[in-house]
Design a protein around this ligand. Sequence first.
Ligand code: FEO
Length: 392
Amino acid sequence: MLNNCKAIQVAENIFWVGAVDWSMRNFHGYETSRGSTYNAYLIVDEKIALVDTAKIDFADELIARISSVVEPSKIDVIVSSHVEPDHSGALAKVAALAPNAQIFTTNPNGLKGLTNRYGALNYKAVKAGDEISLGRRTLKFVPTPMLHWPDSMVTYCPEEKILFSNDAFGEHLATSLRFDDENDLDTILFEAKKYYANILMPFGKQAQTALKALDGLEFKLIATGHGVIWRTHIDKILDCYRKWSAGTVDERAVVVFDSMWHSTEILARTIVEAFAQRKIPAAFYDLKATPMSDIVTDIFTSKYLAVGSPTINNQMMPTVAAFLCYLKGLRPVNHKAFAFGSYGWGGQSIAQVEDELKAAGCEIILEKIRVANLPTVEQLDDITGKILALDL
Ligand code: FEO
């Protein structure tokens, strides 16, 4: 696609040359209502370095932005922080234009992953503590395995105090302005939390290890792989990552369900109101109305979770099964949960939901709530009473 995309300077002789994906609404199952960006950075020094590329669909945009500063053939160094194709997709195309560039990646996982995807290119494997000089600037490599792939790494430039953080500290957020303070902070922080919940939740320990490895470094910019570049609210996003990686939860409940003829929905409303009577804020999520990626964002920092399903053909509803499968994979921590549901005859779904909650690592705090057909007022009062009596 022809374009006149230009680089955007983010520090002296350092440019954002990435791409904005305004239309992306699904990132391998994660519903991205605000699109995303694939951030890449060009450092012009005695040597010229490119940190990351972009999704292959945006290769032309990336190359146009690079070309607005230097001829791509002049690139000496390409840092490939992460093999996932939203960052490495355009690597082979850029490498073909920059035949002298060495491609720095982690050993062995980055090397294996890039070779698998792009064949034999001019790779140079690095390990923790390795650094290269670009002239006036240095790039120090900090592998961050399983944050969130085995190959992941971040790169620090001490002279500029810039951390090129790839997936860490990012958000799926398409914006026309590149910096945190040029955008609405609540929106950025919500999207950063959503990103953490949907991508990094299983890797709290690895996030804490990475935070430790970065401890003591000063940051003027955190140049992420997605969303905004942090320059004004760096402390805020670091604090968020400390809280999130520690699995800290708030006194808050999330009630998630699907319903066939509103009976399970009535139970869900009763549970929300019972938590409210305890002054515990509770959210109500009908799986037909809210994407799973938004629901898990709320669950992530909420201590209590109730999941409900009617029974259909001896099973829980497929929407609830998919949701619980997604939740289980994210390995949530520190959650107290219970199952509920209405049924016509068998009622197998409620025990199935409870089993899945246990498998997801939740502590079961209330005997599963099972109601045949339409709940009566007495049954609803009984459920309220049980929640009020819980020793939380
Ligand atoms: Fe943004 Fe793990 O890729």
